[in-house]
Design a protein around this ligand. Sequence first.
Ligand code: BLA
Length: 768
Amino acid sequence: MAINIDIQNVNVTRLKEAPIHISSQVQSHGILIVLKEPELEILQISSNVSTLFGIPAEQMLQKPLEEFIDSFQIGRLKDVIRSENLDFINPTKVWVRLKGDDYIIFDAVFHRNSEGFLILELEPAISQENIPFLSFYHLVRASINELQETVNLRDFCQIIVREVRKITGFDRVMLYKFDEDGHGSVIAEEKLESQEAYLGLHYPESDIPKPARKLFCSNWIRLIPDTHSEPVKVVPAQNPISQRPLDLTNSTLRSASACHIEYLHNMGVGASLTISLIKDQKLWGLIACHHESPKFVPYELRKACEFMGRVIFSEISAREETEDYDYRMKLAHIQSTLLEYISQEENFIDGLVKHEPNLLDLTNASGAAICVSGRYTLIGETPNEEDLNVLIQWLRNNVEEEVFYTDSLPLIYSGAERFKNVASGMLAIPISKRNYVLWFRPEVIQTVNWGGDPNKAFEVNESEGNLRLCPRKSFELWKETVSLKSLPWKNVEIKAALELRKAIVNIVLRQADELAQLAHDLELSNSELKKFAYVASHDLQEPLNQVANYVQLLEMRYNSKLDEDAKDFISYAVQGVSLMQTLIDDVLAYSKVDMQAVEFKITDVETPLQKALSNLRLSIAESGAVITQDPLPTVMADKTQLMQLFQNLIANAIKFRSDKPPEIHLSASQLDDNWLFSVKDNGIGLDPRFSERIFVIFQRLHTRDEYQGTGMGLAICKKIIECHRGRIWVESELGEGATFYFTIPLGGRERERRNGHKAQNHLFGGRQ
Ligand code: BLA
């Protein structure tokens, strides 16, 4: 009865991944004996021993092996099994006496399992003599000579299957290669003419489940000489010492799982031999041999095949490495050219897109996007900016690796289906949290030939309350049209992307270093300014006082002797001294507007404003100024600096009044992430040409006779606003009044700094 696989999903995984290496069943063509060392007492034995010796297996338990194998041979065996590496003695010919005077010759194969138990497997020996290894050596040598002359990987694989078929005589020999996703395909095949071809067909991952693949990494060769023979039990099922079932990972006789046997039957296979091909400790593929009828392959011949697999496969790996050598060289060249462009351009993005070759050539993509601080530079065919925004958000939430790639973006990110024509494939490198370089490839509809419908690779059946998996019955060609996929990204292309990432990160780090140096220089010049201010306030103050005092003394003492001119001169001198005093005070005030020294707190703007108005009450009264205001917000700011800001701006508005009484209006509104404040007056206004100059230290538009002051007031305002990470500017026309605007970020300076806006903008040459 087939049941709903969805509901049983968890169970299916469990069934698929059942531990097949733990088994108490062996194939019936040989005898398995678990021995206790050093006396070689029989702990467990396969039950088919009774048919050979006529003694039930149970009766052989706890007996020394010597009861069945003569002591001369046992002495020899005991000598050899002392060694750690039992591979050297395998196989050893062993004569076993049957009932009467008959002898039977076995290939004895020893190994110790994961728990350290000695396992002896007796396989039927085809010949009494050891098959001379040299004959295989010559066979293999001949094959290898031929192989070395072949350049192309496909032809190479073809020769392997042909040679293995020649040596072993199997009906069908295939080279099966695993894909990255666990599915696999037959890439070379030699077979009987009458058989249908499997060449080029794909098979789903579930045909060779994970535990089976894992076994092939440790036990490189696997023979099932008769898929129709009934397996036999090992008795007792549990090891009497460990009290555990047997680990038969490296056994040659372990019986194949029922599911796989059924699979082979469905394929019409009577015997199979499988050889692992391992590359970088991973199962790269298999040499799979099928025979329609039962077929036994002696141990030594199997070993020769394994040897051949290893030697030849090392050639395959080497060939795989060199296969796209030319392409790799081309990419390496593009990469170094791009790096040169990057280092020449002020902005690295220009280096990537402005010249030939460009970013697209590096990975053979049809579109690319560089996203830096929310701004895009696009080249070739890409999703639009709106789609990119969402895509990048998705990447930020889902990808942490230094490189991410997929040839089926719409399958993992459904939003991508809309732009599948340009981006079914994506390769992405995050430069930092917000910045990415992305490459795109369009959808390419492909046809995959499967050996049977992969969606019905197996079904879940229930028999006697047990769930079991049953492989599909039909392996007939099943064509799948694959959409929403691009051509896959090659390893070399991914590596090239990673190299580029390294280079960009280095550039960014170098620019960050430069920025740090700049900040350091700035700090130095700031502290120079502070030092100057200190010197000015203390050291200059004294001589200045001295001048003031002596001039006043002169006036008092010689008043009667001085004519009017002299008195005027003295008054000018006093005025000069007092101006100098103000200048010193202003410079001091300017230098005190210091980012480090101020405290940013939640401040109701009303409070510093009232304080400023109170400081200015005299000049307000004198000028008859009318000051109005809208409701003012609460911001993150330094109260004292805000007070100084308002005081300077309002004092300015009063000072530069026209002949009408001053009308000054303050307002505030929210603009994006900022509060926007304005101070509007009806004064003399200024020529827009000077709207930048007025904020520069000591810059004046008017002579001191027209308007008093040091020209420091607006410079101080600018510095205060810069400390708050805001902007200040003026809009005005001569004779039309002026409006000063300034902004303060909503979250205050701290939030700005945490987000690193300023730093990143600078790094990537952007502006917001
Ligand atoms: C093992 N399945 C295998 C092996 C191959 C395949 C090559 C290893 C051979 C061996 O152990 O003898 C599959 N054989 C193929 C494929 C081709 C081929 C794809 O010739 C293509 C031409 N198999 C299933 C299902 C299950 C399953 C549904 O289809 C259930 C879980 C199991 N396959 C399965 C198991 C093994 C296996 C458990 C290991 C057998 C064992 O060693 O016990």
